[in-house]
Design a protein around this ligand. Structure first.
Ligand code: TYM
Length: 333
C-alpha cells in the first residue's frame, strides 16, 4: 500500500545521533521506497516556543535542510520545506486548538519536562505545541508518521484531535487518522553521559551527544569519554537491564550496523569496553563522517539550499492550502 509520510524536525542547533537513528535514518528508507509520498518539514514555528536568536534560527533552518539532504533524502522526490512559509500550519493550529481539550494537553509529559519547575513562565506556545504538530500532520492527510519514541504521546493526541474533528463536524474520515512509525528497537537513544536520560540538544555538555556535524577526532574522543561501568562487556541481553550505558552503546552499534542487540552482545561478550569502543567509533565515523562532510559542502552552496526550500514550500503549499480551505468551509467560515 502506498503510504503518505509526514514528519518534522526542529531547527534548534545541531542535529544529533538520536535524531538520526530515531528519525532521519527512517526518513531516508521511506524516501527510497518509490511507493511512498514523503514530506519532511523543518518545524521553525515549533522552534520559537522557546527563545531563539533570529540569526541563529535562520542558519539552523539551513543546516537542518542540509542535514536532511546530506543524510540521503532526495529533495526532488520528497518534499522538504519549512513550516513558517506555509500559512496553513498556523491557521490549522488555531482551528484545531478549539477542538483539542485542555485535559488532553495537561497530560503531555514533554511539556512538563520542558517547562520544568517554573511552568508559569513557559510560553503558551510550548503548551499548545502538540496542537501545531497535529495541524502539520493532518493538513497533508498523512497516513504514517515516523518519529522517535519521545513523540508517541503527541501522535496519540493528534489521532484524538482528528477523530474529534470528524465527529464534531459529522464528516467521516475527513481528517486522516495517522499511524505512528516508531522503530521497535533503538527508538530512544540515550545520553553518552547518563544512560537514563535521552540524548538531547538541550543537555549542556556536548560530550553527551554525537552531533551529525562532528568530525572524526571529536567522535572518537566522545566515545572514549562515554560513561560505562567497571564490568566487562555483558554476556546476555538480560545483563543489560541494570547496565543502561552498556545497553545504549550496544544499541547504537546494533542500529548503525543494521543488526540486533542480541547479535551485538554476542560479538563483544566478555571483552573490555575499550575494545568495543574502538569498534563503535569505527562504525560511527564510517556513518557520520560522510554526512558531516556533505553538510559542510551543502552549507557552502546557500543558493542551492534556498532554491530547494523555495521549491519545497511551493509543493507543500499546494497541498496544505487546499486542505485548510476545506477545513474553513466545514467549520463555517
Ligand atoms: P525533535 O526536533 O525534538 O526531534 C526530531 C526527531 O528526532 C527524534 N529524536 C530521538 N529519537 C531517538 N532518540 C533520541 N534521543 C531522540 N531525540 C529526538 C524525535 O522523536 C523526532 O522524531 N515535535 C517534534 C517535531 C514535529 C513533528 C511534527 C514530528 C513537529 N511537527 C509532525 C512529526 C510530525 C520534535 O520536536 O522533534
Amino acid at each position: 500500500m502506498s503510504k503518505k509520510i509526514f514528519s518534522g524536525v526542529q531547527p534548534t542547533g545541531n542535529l544529533h545521533l538520536g535524531n538520526y537513528l530515531g528519525a532521519i535514518k527512517n526518513f531516508v528508507d521511506l524516501n527510497n521506497d518509490n511507493s511512498n509520498e514523503c514530506i519532511f518539514c523543518v518545524v521553525d514555528l515549533h522552534a520559537i516556543t522557546v527563545k531563539q536568536n533570529a540569526k541563529e534560527l535562520r542558519s539552523n533552518i539551513q543546516e537542518t535542510i542540509a542535514t536532511f539532504i546530506a543524510s540521503g533524502i532526495d529533495p526532488k522526490k520528497s518534499i522538504i520545506f519549512n513550516q513558517s512559509q506555509v500559512p496553513a500550519h498556523a491557521e490549522g493550529a488555531w482551528i484545531l486548538s478549539c477542538v483539542a481539550r485542555m485535559g488532553w494537553l495537561n497530560r503531555m509529559t514533554q511539556f512538563k519536562e520542558k517547562a520544568g519547575k517554573d511552568k508559569e513562565k513557559a510560553s503558551v506556545g510550548l503548551y499548545s505545541y502538540p496542537v501545531l504538530m497535529a495541524a502539520d500532520i493532518l493538513l497533508y492527510d498523512a497516513t504514517h508518521v515516523p518519529v522517535g519514541d519521545d513523540q508517541k504521546q503527541h501522535l496519540e493526541l493528534c489521532r484524538d484531535i482528528a477523530q474529534k474533528f470528524n465527529s464534531d463536524f459529522e464528516i467521516e474520515n475527513f481528517l486522516q487518522v495517522p499511524e505512528p512509525l516508531i522503530q521497535k528497537e533503538f527508538s530512544r537513544i540515550m545520553s553518552l553521559k547518563d544512560g537514563s536520560r535521552k540524548m538531547s540538544k538541550s543537555e549542556l555538555s556536548d560530550l553527551s551527544r554525537i552531533n551529525l556535524t562532528d568530525d572524526k577526532d571529536l567522535i572518537i574522543n566522545k566515545i572514549k569519554k562515554a560513561k560505562t561501568d567497571p564490568l566487562p562487556m555483558p554476556n546476555t541481553t538480560k545483563d543489560l537491564d541494570e547496565r543502561l550505558e552498556a545497553k545504549n552503546l550496544l544499541g547504537i552499534y546494533a542500529s548503525l550496523t543494521n543488526s540486533t542487540l542480541e547479535k551485538s552482545v554476542e560479538i563483544f561478550a566478555g571483552k573490555n569496553f575499550s575494545e568495543f569502543k574502538e569498534k563503535l567509533s569505527e562504525v560511527l565515523v564510517d556513518k557520520i563522517q560522510p554526512i558531516s562532510l556533505e553538510i559542510k559542502k551543502l552549507l557552502d552552496d546557500k543558493l542551492y539550499l534556498d532554491n530547494t526550500l523555495l521549491e519545497g514550500v511551493e509543493r507543500a503549499n499546494k497541498i496544505a492550502s487546499k486542505k485548510i480551505k476545506r477545513i474553513k468551509e466545514i467549520v463555517g467560515f
